[in-house]
Design a protein around this ligand. Structure first.
Ligand SMILES: [Zn+2]
Ligand SMILES: [Zn+2]
Length: 151
């Protein structure tokens, strides 16, 4: 399913919810705001810590899942194998939601979106996967040492 109108890059949390046809709730707005303010992908625990106290954990999990399905956020696994969530999906590029690679630091565990880097459009083709597999998009995660730990 394609979105009717291309989203403005600066759409507010309530614009985003309207676009994907979800009712505005404090948790949905809060999660979008927390992710928008974060320079790097966040785990569920980190998101919870930035939301008001007593926010329901299950609701936050469900909200992040919904946002992932609706391609408002994308997720990447960290060193500890838990998901980190970052804004952007169809929000930034509807054709290739995961066009940037991710970096996981083996020392401090930080997960970053390498938004300045591009997964080449020919990447999937270059893997020569059998045609019987329907590939929707690639996910590239680079593991190593981040600039902070490298210093
Ligand atoms: Zn590091
Ligand atoms: Zn990312």
């Amino acid at each position: 399913m394609r979105n009717a109108a291309p989203a403005a890059p600066t759409s507010s949390p309530s614009d985003v919810l309207k676009r994907i046809g979800l009712r505005r709730t404090p948790v949905r707005l809060g999660v979008l705001k927390v992710l928008a303010d974060s320079p790097q992908p966040l785990g569920v625990q980190q998101v919870l810590e930035l939301l008001p106290e007593h926010t329901d954990t299950v609701t936050v999990y469900r909200t992040l899942n919904t946002f992932t399905t609706k391609k408002v956020v994308h997720r990447v696994r960290g060193e500890d194998r838990t998901w980190r969530y970052a804004l952007g999906g169809s929000e930034k590029s509807s054709a290739q939601p995961h066009a940037h690679p991710h970096f996981v630091c083996e020392t401090c565990g930080v997960v970053e979106c390498l938004e300045a880097s591009q997964i080449p459009p020919t990447f999937v083709r270059s893997l020569k996967v059998a045609e019987t597999y329907e590939v929707h998009y690639p996910e590239v995660t680079l593991h190593g040492v981040c600039p902070k730990c490298h210093a």
